[in-house]
Design a protein around this ligand. Structure first.
Ligand code: BTN
Length: 238
């Protein structure tokens, strides 16, 4: 494992993608500050200050892309939940991979696949965790958000949290690569909110609604509406 620490960068994901050829499998890029943090669906990830976690994990598991890599964000969301449970919290996963505490977001995950022409170069799995913030700073985010220090009542050591997170991520990573989503589906479903509830999902310019029936063997959202089932692979629960 190789670690790079940057005092300030536009985005750890962008940085890792730019120099991917020179990075070994399982490299870790961490920044104290991000000036242009990226989120899912072209959104941004706001820097709430230097004591928060901005991290990208570089993965080069094979020569060719494998569909199970699409489940890496979900695997990481379960790892984050288990770690937050050690702090006495009850995190939930908002499909596909947002981690929430009582409906407020504490961690966001963005995985980017790097291709060169037709060839697969690797993956950059980025995660931001709100570790230390104030209610005033959280108000800068236009959605309900929270931070670990506010929930536990004490300051969180960023390095300690990062080490625990990466240790737990790599502990079962080989098994994940071997078995894919089914390896941790039960653990994911245990923490998934909205199962059995009526929801609306933004899928690019379209909106789908229905009752969440299941998260299937591939980690997709199974919705049911007027007795018809349909499966979503991507989207944003509204
Ligand atoms: C989301 O919830 O939309 C995903 C947010 C991902 C944020 C992290 S912070 C570290 C890494 N670098 C980025 O630019 N984004 C990810």
């Amino acid at each position: 494992m190789y670690n790079i620490f940057l005092e300030e960068v536009d985005s750890t994901n962008l940085f890792a993608k730019k120099i991917l050829d020179n990075l070994a499998d399982k490299s870790i890029i961490q920044a104290r500050h991000q000036t242009a943090g990226r989120g899912r669906m072209q959104r941004s990830w706001i820097d709430l200050g230097g004591d928060n976690l901005f991290l990208s994990i570089v993965l080069k598991p094979s020569e060719k892309f494998n569909n199970i890599y699409s489940n890496l964000t979900q695997y990481l969301s379960v790892v984050v939940c288990k770690l937050l449970e050690e702090y006495g919290l009850q995190p939930q996963i908002k499909w596909p991979n947002d981690v929430l505490i009582d409906g407020a977001k504490i961690a966001g995950i963005l995985c980017e696949t790097v291709m060169q022409g037709q060839s697969f170069k690797g993956l950059v799995l980025g995660i931001g965790v709100n570790l230390n913030s104030s209610n005033e700073s959280l108000n800068l985010i236009n959605k309900s958000a929270t931070a670990l220090n506010l929930l536990t009542g004490h300051e969180i050591n960023t390095d300690e949290f990062l080490n625990k997170l990466t240790d737990r991520f790599f502990k079962d990573y080989d098994e994940f690569l071997d078995k894919g989503f089914e390896f941790f589906r039960t653990e994911y479903i245990k923490r998934a909110c909205f199962i059995g509830k009526e929801i609306s999902v933004q899928v690019f310019n379209d909106k789908k609604s229905g009752i969440v029936k299941d998260i299937n063997k591939s980690g997709e959202l199974v919705l049911i509406k007027e007795n018809k089932e349909f499966v979503l692979t991507i989207g944003d629960i509204l």
